[in-house]
Design a protein around this ligand. Structure first.
Ligand code: ZN
Length: 339
């Protein structure tokens, strides 16, 4: 299938009442792991690249790997999404390359660190929406600021400093016309999200429900939503790693989110942990090995397992064949008419 838009995938997810995992990629093996998991579970997929990933791999490599995936997995609808675009120019370059969806994260200034003002966020996001929609490309925005720092991006902190204000969320959606809204409810990027199993004091599911009540037709996005399972931490530490014990977002909380308007769930850390654990195991158990395939293969397999599990847990499994892909031109027309 050709690449599809985020808007189409999430509209379908809303109809079906399920969520769709958005998995980050930096290389061929990660794309293969996601596509194999999608085939196995018959899932539509969102593949996303951060600015860090684009710098690491070079845009053109990533884009052409995605075209290879589209050829090899014609039955799977897939979105190529820019994760945390920091400026109009970054989003524009992704759109020009062929991404079918971009995130403009105007909750931070272009340095990717300093929390911005509401007015700045509205202005820059609206500008990206205008350009993206004229080409049929979807846009995710963010209101409120997540905790943690990843790939040099993030405001730091616990994630509770700038949780989303529901009034601002409503105004933001009205003024920008975006397709999906990332909200801050206490989650953070990276492995160290919570220092204990999260409860309502640190993971604000009631706030999510309130935002959904106010914006019932807006597709909500949960960032920093790896579950950071203990088993994956244990494998790393068993084979010489030194992770401090940590807690992520429990899958049952994500499922509660999906019942309350969450349609896109960003997962990166769990896959990083799975890959690193598998590689460490090979190095520890077979120190004589030196062919990269000897550890890249089990690493790819470990990520495939995690992704397939999340696809089932989020409910996207079984939905790959529900719809026909619409083109970017179809969506450009759709936005023109619905303006
Ligand atoms: Zn994020």
């Amino acid at each position: 299938m050709p690449l599809v838009t985020l808007r189409q995938l999430l509209d379908e997810a809303a109809k079906g009442g399920y969520g769709v995992g958005a998995f980050n990629v930096n290389n061929m093996e990660q794309i293969q792991a996601i596509m194999e998991a999608a085939r196995e579970t018959k899932s539509p997929v969102i593949v996303q690249a951060s600015r860090g990933a684009r710098a690491y791999s070079n845009d053109n490599f990533l884009y052409h790997l995605m075209l290879a995936a589209a050829e090899l997995y014609p039955e799977i609808p897939m979105v190529l999404h820019l994760d945390h675009g920091n400026s109009f120019e970054t989003c524009k370059s992704a759109i020009e390359l062929g991404f079918t969806s971009v995130m403009m994260d105007g909750s931070l200034m272009a340095d990717g660190k300093t929390p911005s003002t509401f007015e700045y966020n509205v202005e820059v996001t609206r500008k990206v929406v205008e350009l993206a929609h004229s080409k049929g490309v979807s846009v995710e925005g963010e209101i409120g600021t997540l905790g943690g720092i990843e790939d040099g991006h993030g405001a730091g902190g616990t994630g509770l400093e700038h949780v989303t204000d529901p009034d601002q969320a409503v105004e933001f959606v009205e003024k920008t016309g975006l397709d999906a809204l990332a909200i801050a409810i206490g989650t953070s990027h990276g492995a160290y999200k919570f220092s204990r199993k999260p409860d309502g004091a640190v993971l604000k599911m009631d706030l999510l429900k309130e935002i959904h009540r106010r914006l019932p037709t807006t597709h909500l996005v949960m960032h920093g939503s790896s579950s950071v399972p203990k088993e994956l931490q244990d494998i790393i530490n068993e084979y010489g790693g030194k992770l401090k014990q940590t807690w992520g977002v429990p899958v049952e909380e994500i499922q509660l989110g999906i019942k309350n308007g969450v349609r896109k769930i960003n997962v990166d850390t769990d896959n990083r942990l799975a890959i690193t654990g598998a590689i460490r195991k090979v190095f520890a158990e077979s120190p004589e090995k030196f062919d990269p395939r000897d550890y890249n293969k089990p690493a790819r397999e470990a990520m495939h397992k995690v992704v397939a599990q999340r696809m089932v847990q989020f409910g996207q499994a079984g939905h790959a064949g529900d719809f026909q892909a619409k083109s970017l031109a179809d969506y450009a027309e759709f936005y023109k008419v619905s303006k």
